[in-house]
Write a protein that binds this ligand. Structure first.
Ligand code: HMG
Ligand code: MG
Length: 299
């Protein structure tokens, strides 16, 4: 038996990754109710929203209002791909910024209209300034395993992109299986390499559950020493520019796995279900996560 971490941090990405791909127009008040219910469940790190072009992702057009109105609690992160988004986010009062770039050029062209190199070069001075101003910076590395357009990505390519962000002194790498193609073997292998290579930085795994391997990938990553996971209450999510990708691995299902392994998160599973209840009526699709469905059967 491998030794597993005793404590794990879940970074809730439901309000951002979860809702960015939603077809229904969800009101700002409904999003805030979801965020506040998640806070009540004990979630202390959360991606609240993203500052991106509303023409590209209309669902995130109220980012400014979300940041201004969300109750301050724990580490609240906003996602953005460029300096314009960073400026607007800081004006709204955001303190913790996540930037994102894929390893794959084609994915970046589709997602942010830039090549990998163009995106990284543009972010370098932005991150430098953020760090000088004392902000927390998280770098989200998309298509770390596989790209929906280019196919499998070599681990060396992902590690090389991570190294570029380490050189920019980011605080956290969130390494993403964007289209849910990873399996436990490649998950263990990549995260083992990243933990060995970058021992002094927060390393987070971000799994989309397209092929229902999210929990097994998390178990494999725990064995590699990963103690931070991006998850989405209700299993919502998906990138509009990653065709076929479905939601993130669900917070409530991951909590059940972690509790069964005696791993502490400080998050109350039943209260996460209540948070899902807040958002579920506004969504265009039913919630199909195991723990959510079981909770309804008991009622
Ligand atoms: P572009 O068209 O090349 O941008 O899009 P541009 O610089 O030429 O500007 C065009 C217009 O967008 C201008 O407005 C800009 O002001 C505006 P106009 O003059 O036409 O009215 N603009 C912005 N507006 C608001 N916020 C901004 C911003 N920047 C420019 N930050 C751009 C380039 C990057 C803007 C666009 O491609 C975009 O917004 N892409 C976002 C795509 C996205 O949000 N994808 C999902 C998030 S990533 C993800 O989900 C993956 C992750 O979960 C990890 C994983 O699972 O892999 C993190
Ligand atoms: Mg994602």
């Amino acid at each position: 038996m491998f030794s597993l971490p005793k404590n794990v941090t879940l970074i809730e990405v439901g309000p951002r990754d979860g809702l960015q791909n939603e077809k229904n127009n969800i009101s700002t008040d409904s999003k805030l109710a979801y965020i506040h219910a998640l806070q009540k469940a004990g979630i202390k790190e959360m991606e609240l929203t993203s500052f991106v072009s509303p023409k590209w992702v209309p669902q995130m057009a109220d980012a400014d209002e979300i940041v201004r109105k969300a109750k301050k609690y724990g580490r609240q992160i906003v996602l953005t791909p460029n300096d314009k988004g960073v400026q607007t986010a800081l004006q709204a009062g955001a303190q913790n910024i996540a930037v994102f770039v894929g390893v794959s050029n084609t994915f970046n062209q589709k997602n942010i209209n830039r090549t990998t190199e163009e995106a990284v070069n543009a972010l370098r001075p932005v991150i430098k300034r953020l760090k000088q101003q004392g902000h927390f910076v998280r770098a989200c590395i998309s298509t770390a395993f596989h790209c929906p357009y280019e196919g499998w990505i070599k681990p060396e390519q992902t590690i090389a992109l991570c190294q570029q962000f380490i050189d920019m002194d980011v605080d956290e790498l969130s390494v993403a299986d964007t289209d849910g193609m990873a399996n436990p073997v490649v998950s263990y292998s990549l995260f083992n390499s990243l933990k060995e290579r970058f021992p002094h930085i927060l390393i987070t795994a971000h799994f989309h559950d397209t092929r229902k391997l999210g929990l097994t990938n998390i178990y494999a990553s725990l064995q590699a020493g990963v103690d931070r996971f991006d998850t989405s209450a209700g299993g919502l999510g998906g990138c509009p520019f990653a065709p076929g990708a479905t939601g993130n691995v669900a917070t409530e299902d991951v909590l059940y796995l972690l509790e069964s392994l005696d791993i502490h998160t400080g998050i109350d599973l039943q209260k996460v279900i209540l948070a899902v209840d807040e958002v579920a009526p506004h969504l265009s699709r039913p919630i199909t996560t195991a723990m959510y469905q079981l909770s309804k059967r008991k009622e």
